[in-house]
Design a protein. Sequence first.
Length: 133
Amino acid sequence: MKNFQIAAMAALVAGAVLAPFSAQAQQNGVTRTDLQRHDLSAPGREAIQVRVDLAPGVAFGKHAHPGEEVIYVLEGQLEYQIEDKPPVTLKAGDVLFIPAGTVHSARNPGSVKGSELATYIVEKGKPLLTLVK
């Protein structure tokens, strides 16, 4: 019984920690799947990996992260607007590095689902993303 209580408490704590992270970017046509989260050897930093799927024609607005983001496009094509630079369109197999705090947005200009593997190296304890107007 005691082991069950410990396991139940651990599940509640994990849910409380990950729920806000997952809910931040859920919107129609955008699906975020949390894959892993680990502390790093650098003090106060953690690595987070997320799969992001965008339906055709869907965009995710301007936002920034409290650390670096490395994007690997898994399927389809995705267009990224990074600050005031010209948009960059990537296809499956392409990668993109986004520096910490850089305002960017993404959209799927294609006719099929676009998916990315996003790896974040961020400050622990801060929200994974901040929406920008």
